[in-house]
Design a binder for this molecule. Structure first.
Ligand code: FEO
Length: 395
């Protein structure tokens, strides 16, 4: 995208990446992404807020050229991850008077990760400000959204918050502000689930840090901006603070139909008891959707066949992911089948130390499930529904 004016003297100068389909060689990007960079010209000084992914550096430089920018005083670096800071060394070469402004932790990381010149980097304390003349930038340390060095930048007079990854979404669009709220909510929730959820308590603290700031616009470094900030701050409050809901997430694999039959039975038994189930066949599932489902769920039931005595590798991967994302789950169980022997339950149980859950009795059957197995699945559904009810988890 070409440079666009947000308000007088403030421009969006970043890049939209329509075609990127994988982030960190890990996270699916079904809707692409953007690397947003912002320019604020004050009466005395000019600041660039965050840069772009190195693959898009020509877009950033073309946009700065379009605006006639030949001099930068500051490059505000909210976050050291390469999609925002990978272009920093080239920006510093092109603008030899520019000073980098970041947190002390971020300085070390920029030197290590981007090989940025440390002598060009100034660090700021929490709540410290710098003046651009008629405009003031306030820096709000916000550790762990989602790295330890992160900060937010607040442009006081214009009431714009630049939170980098915080409140972001992987969504490629020509729109400066969100237009389709349903799509924006889905993209932001996916982003929260995959990137922010492991740091839920830090998210809560950082939400408190900005709650008294008067904010007209939130301008994140991924996805469109929010001209109705409550849309995204309320969503974050809900994801970070709310109790889990009356939902079971059921990721599974079935090799020869036995586990699938058990999954079908359990899903029906739960639905009959008023529990919402989100079922994912891990041979085809979008793991981003699984992560989103984990934001709200109270219970996870993992379904696996036995392969080489252990759980199916796709189930191992999804279980590792669920444990790493640290969702607010309260209960867990395992169902599945085996032909002649299995250590699947022991292996999976040992993989979820981060999930502070009560583990309900697993249901593992030899071969194809029979009456006793269906009865055990019914008991499991009953136990889950009862616990959700006791805890007042609502849909
Ligand atoms: Fe968008 Fe943590 O980088």
């Amino acid at each position: 995208m070409k440079a666009r004016e947000i308000k007088q003297g403030i421009y969006s100068v970043g890049a939209v990446d329509w075609d990127r389909r994988l982030f960190d060689a890990l996270i699916p990007l079904p809707d692409g992404t953007s690397y947003n960079s912002y320019l604020r010209k004050g009466t005395n000084k000019t600041a660039l807020i965050d840069t772009v992914d190195p693959t898009m550096q020509s877009v950033l430089f073309d946009n700065l050229a379009q605006l006639g920018i030949t001099h930068l005083d500051f490059v505000i670096t909210n976050h050291a991850e390469q999609d925002h800071s990978g272009t920093l060394p080239v920006v510093l070469e092109k603008y030899p008077d520019a000073r980098v402004v970041c947190t002390p932790k971020c300085k070390d990381m920029l030197v290590d990760l981007a090989l940025a010149p440390g002598e060009r980097i100034d660090t700021v304390n929490d709540k410290e400000t710098i003046s651009l003349g008629d405009r003031t930038l306030e820096f709000i340390h916000a550790p762990w959204v989602h790295w330890p060095e992160t900060m937010l930048t607040y442009l006081r007079e214009d009431k714009i918050l630049f939170p980098c990854d915080f409140f972001g979404s992987h969504l490629a669009t020509t729109d400066m502000y969100i237009t389709d709220e349903g799509q924006a909510y889905e993209s932001a929730k996916r982003y929260y689930a995959e990137i922010m959820m492991p740091f839920r308590t830090n998210i809560q603290k950082n939400l408190e840090k900005v709650k008294d700031h008067s904010i007209d616009i939130i301008a994140p470094s991924h996805g469109p901006m929010y001209d109705r900030p409550r849309f995204i701050t309320d969503a974050y409050r809900s994801w970070a603070y709310d109790d889990p809901k009356n939902i079971v997430v059921l990721p599974y694999v079935s090799m020869h139909g036995s586990t699938k039959k058990m999954v079908e039975y359990l899903v029906n038994a739960l639905a009959e008891r008023g529990v919402t189930v989100k079922q994912f066949d891990l041979t085809v599932a979008d793991l981003g959707k699984l992560a989103m489902a984990l934001v709200d769920a109270a219970t996870i039931v993992i379904g696996t066949p036995t392969a080489l005595i252990g759980p199916h590798p796709n189930v191992v991967y999804a279980t590792f992911l669920a444990n790493a994302l640290r969702p607010n789950l309260k209960f867990a169980s395992i169902i599945g089948s085996y032909g002649w022997g299995s250590r699947a339950v022991e292996t999976l149980s040992a993989m979820i130390p981060n999930l502070k859950v009560e583990v309900l009795p697993p249901v593992i059957c030899k071969g194809f499930p029979r009456e006793a197995d269906f009865k055990a699945l019914g008991n499991l559904a009953e136990a889950i529904a009862a616990r959700h009810k006791q805890n007042n988890f609502v849909s």
